[in-house]
Write a protein that binds this ligand. Structure first.
Ligand SMILES: [Zn+2]
Ligand SMILES: [Zn+2]
Length: 150
């Protein structure tokens, strides 16, 4: 019972954050957008556009894939989500806006947020031909086997 309450509370907090940010950015809280926000706050953080569409359609059968994809892109542009590109065929979205990296399990495909302390990214000037470059957002993808699969 307590666990369930905690999950509901976490969902409510996430939903509230999305709605607040959305208002700040001048995005209207349309019924379609609310369906998407509900899904984003309820489920895993790294869903593909298609997974989001499938879930949205279950709740709101009138939704077209184009509407869902367009809404997702608007949310990325407004800074409520980021793209997560794992190199596979489908683009994923990330609702965690804190600076973080990802651990990808090679067996079950689960993607987990990881936070790394004190990394200093320094280009090797002899091997990298990028004079004068400044790195703003390094993204690391750590591949391995998760605790449940290992
Ligand atoms: Zn795994
Ligand atoms: Zn993430």
């Amino acid at each position: 019972m307590k666990v369930k309450y905690k999950i509901m509370r976490e969902k409510a907090i996430k939903l509230e954050k999305l709605m607040k940010k959305s208002k700040e950015k001048g995005l209207k809280l349309t019924p379609q957008r609310m369906v998407i926000f509900n899904i984003l706050s309820e489920h895993d953080r790294h869903m593909t556009a298609d997974e989001i569409y499938q879930r949205a359609r279950a709740e709101y059968p009138m939704l077209s894939p184009a509407t869902v994809y367009r809404n997702m892109e608007q949310l990325v542009e407004a800074g409520l989500l980021t793209h997560l590109d794992l190199g596979g065929p489908s683009m994923r979205y990330d609702t965690n806006l804190d600076e973080h990296h990802h651990f990808v399990c090679e067996k079950c495909g689960k993607i987990t947020d990881v936070y790394l302390k004190d990394i200093h990214y320094e280009l090797d000037p002899e091997k990298s031909n990028l004079p004068g470059v400044r790195i703003d957002s390094p993204q690391l993808y750590l591949h391995g086997v998760c605790g449940e699969c290992g």
